[in-house]
Design a protein around this ligand. Sequence first.
Ligand code: SAH
Length: 470
Amino acid sequence: MRYYPVFLDLKDRDVVFSGAGSAAEAKIRLLLKTPARIAVYGENPSPALRQWAGEGRITLAERAIDWDDVSNARLVYGANGDRELDRRAVELGRWAGALTNIVDNLEESEFLTPAIVDRDPVTVAIGTEGTAPVLARRIKASVETLLPQSTGPLARIAEKFRPAVAELSSKARRTLWGRFFDRDGALAFEAGGKAAATDALQRLMAADDGEKPAGSVCLVGAGPGDPELLTLKARKRLDEADVVLYDHLVAPQVLELARREAKLVSVGKKGFARSWAQADIEAEMIAQARKGRHVVRLKGGDPAIFGRLGEEIEALAAAGIAYEVVPGITAAAAAAAAAGQSLTKRGHNSAIRFMTGHDTQGFAEQDWAGLARPGAAAAIYMGAKAAPFIAGRLLMHGASRAMPVTIVVNASRPGQQIIRSDLGRLPAAIGAAEGQGPALLLLGLAPAAGAVGGLTQAEQTEIHLRSGAA
Ligand code: SAH
């Protein structure tokens, strides 16, 4: 480690720039976040610098830098892009006892500016000693996703409560701050800002005196299967969960992202495991939340699409349990992406229906006449078994046998299969999909234009079954 990181206090200090072009502008953009007095000397200032000067955020003099300009400087930058002018700035800076930097010239600089993740007052500085700026940017991007926007405000709240919390035992303190920063504080901040987060901290402090902290339920969309198709928020909630109640459609790779200590409960309605009635699922969610647990109710795809979200929300509201819904990528979106088709297309279909092939009564009756019209399109969930019935109804209502149908099995999962066919051949085509995994039917979409990226040929099967005329 040749460069030793320190954080410099710039309150009431001068930062002086020689050079008023884009190099200075880039550095100043960051420095404007500090309380430093920023002074810029140079000809032909950039428009942004002029604007900041006009707003009184920096001082700008369109002349060369001089001895008097640096006398109170903590940092002096040479940003002229001109060797002689920059060296002169460094000479002045050193004389004044400031730290000096020539922009983009490591060898002649005493310090370098790191890549920064700003969650004021929390700052993460990333440096590669000039070896790999691209790497620094990549690390910055991953740290950005790791640190929610609430990090800064939570740190400020913690600062205020530190004296009060200091009276707890050191173990209680660690537990309390862990819960506050990782979960209760962050969740409360998202829901209700600073005031809510402050309340959450006060509740945690009270809980340490014996009162139980409040639990919560988060209804999370697990997406179609590929863990990379989870939202960042879904990942976060999984990472915070005490209990995860998941459906059979949730892919095992997604479950692996749950917190190591979390209790995983399959409430799916498939296989030999105990099958849960909807009322039992709701009762379990509520019971766990009442014990103060953070419950994640994990559903395949998007929870609001054929996921019984409405019933679960009603049950939670009736029980007075705080809940949150995190949307997910629904199977129709994943299937269209896999097939390289658009769910809507200008001049082809300006609407699409999300329908189910099955309801509690068996095969679902739909507006077949509407769907049989040219230009109609639909994504059909739970439609594999009902496929011959659906085809029959549509043909009966005058749909064309050539209406394009794409069946996507295991969209975004291992064993993804795409069957391109048409309405006339739908009953035969669905046979090829039987028993392979969840299948989604896309009816009436504009055909794919060409090769589809993502999976290699070996990972996905593609079958074409057509009635003839396209
Ligand atoms: N809430 C889910 C849908 C639940 S209904 C969502 O938004 O995706 C279950 C049906 O969804 C399955 O019968 C199947 O039609 C469809 N489905 C779910 N995941 C799928 C996948 N990975 N590939 C294809 N179809 C899928």
